[in-house]
Design a protein around this ligand. Structure first.
Ligand code: SAM
Ligand code: SF4
Length: 336
């Protein structure tokens, strides 16, 4: 097979989107994502910035057109701008169509302008509440003011901002309209995410936090006229337009299976494990073939072999009153 043949999985899905977790560390401890006392990976296990470059460049050669950098908190990785600047060469060559990042926003004041200079056009910022104390409770270590200042810095740098809000029962239900209104005023797109059963959260009961987006959508429609949009991203997001404001609102319901058939993405962890599906345990170690030598042939073969194992879909299921298909790894490991 030629090195330039695109990555096609056994279900005829072209793999064009790679999400890369560049660190498992974070300056926040969101209650649905991490426990307070997390044990992080030894730094030596992490791919170096040069290795991340080689890895991502191999995927781009094999047809990946969109790279999303995530974590953990990607912007706390030391030297991360070196990596963004390196990836911008693939934007310039036209091989890569989009370079983007998902961040908690805490470091944006420092990095927004550098991200824009590296060719990033739009970013996702995770924000579940606009209330100072609630923000501190959800993130444990975060400060709302710092994140809002970061979002402002992103806007000044010319970056488009999409807000990602995890729908949390009894936590931010009462802020549905304030968050929607704030995004309308500020000109940010907004996507709601259903909470997923990732990692062991200790005493927190995942079903207690679960607020179905069907219910959230129903509440939105009490105040707005919702029009379904045909837009598809190959992922679990579905979009509506609020006719009264013209806003676009996304819903990410990873627990439904209705998006798997068009899945175009795979996820690379900061240690070089490739997860072909967010909701399955199977993964391929790409670090060993990468470190086997300077030639990328072994790496490219390992990537192709992994894509040939991409499963049809995932096994999450909340339909019975217990969480089945729960994943033992944390979201910060695979990258959200
Ligand atoms: N630290 C960055 C951030 O918060 O945006 C990037 C990594 S974070 C793991 C990526 C996204 O995953 C965030 O929007 C976060 O809210 C979401 N997330 C984390 N744990 C989740 C869970 N158990 N269910 C649903 N979304 C989750
Ligand atoms: Fe950190 Fe993002 Fe997880 Fe929150 S959701 S703990 S900001 S990685």
């Amino acid at each position: 097979m030629s090195a330039s043949a695109p990555l096609i999985d056994p279900f005829q899905r072209a793999i064009s989107y790679l999400r890369v977790s560049v660190t498992d560390r974070c300056d926040f401890r969101c209650v649905y994502c991490m426990s307070e006392n997390m044990t992080f990976l030894p730094k030596a296990d992490l791919l170096t910035l040069e290795e991340l470059d080689r890895m991502c460049s191999a995927f781009v050669r094999l047809g990946v057109e969109k790279l999303r950098i995530t974590g953990g908190e990607p912007l706390v990785r030391k030297g991360i701008m070196t990596f963004f600047n390196a990836m911008s060469r693939h934007l310039e060559s036209g091989a890569l169509k989009e370079l983007t990042v998902t961040t908690n926003g805490s470091q944006l004041q420092r990095y927004a302008a550098d991200l824009a200079a590296a060719g990033v056009k739009r970013i996702n910022v995770s924000l579940d509440t606009l209330e100072v104390e609630k923000f501190a409770r959800i993130t444990r270590w975060g400060r709302l003011g710092q994140v809002l200042d970061g979002i402002e810095a992103a806007r000044k740098a010319g970056l488009g901002v999409k807000i990602n809000t995890v729908a949390l029962k009894g936590v931010n239900e009462d802020e549905l309209f304030p968050i929607v209104d704030w995004c309308a005023r500020e000109g940010h797109d907004l996507t709601f995410i259903e909470v997923m059963p990732m990692g062991d959260m200790g005493e927190d009961n995942r079903l207690d936090q679960y607020w179905s987006l069907r219910d959230l959508r129903g509440r939105l429609s009490e105040r707005f006229t919702l029009t379904d949009l045909a837009e598809r991203t190959g992922g679990p997001a579905r979009y509506v337009r609020l006719e009264e404001t013209g806003q676009k609102i996304g819903f990410i319901t990873p627990l439904t299976h209705n998006f798997c058939e068009s899945c175009n993405r795979v996820r690379l962890t900061c240690t070089g494990e490739l997860y072909m599906c967010l909701g399955q345990e199977d993964m391929a170690d790409l670090r060993a073939p990468l470190r086997a030598g300077p030639d990328d042939a072994a790496l490219e073969n390992a990537i192709r072999a992994a894509i040939a194992r991409k499963p049809k879909g995932h096994d999450f299921d909340y339909s019975r009153q217990s969480v089945t298909g729960q994943m033992s790894r944390h979201m910060s490991h695979t990258g959200g």
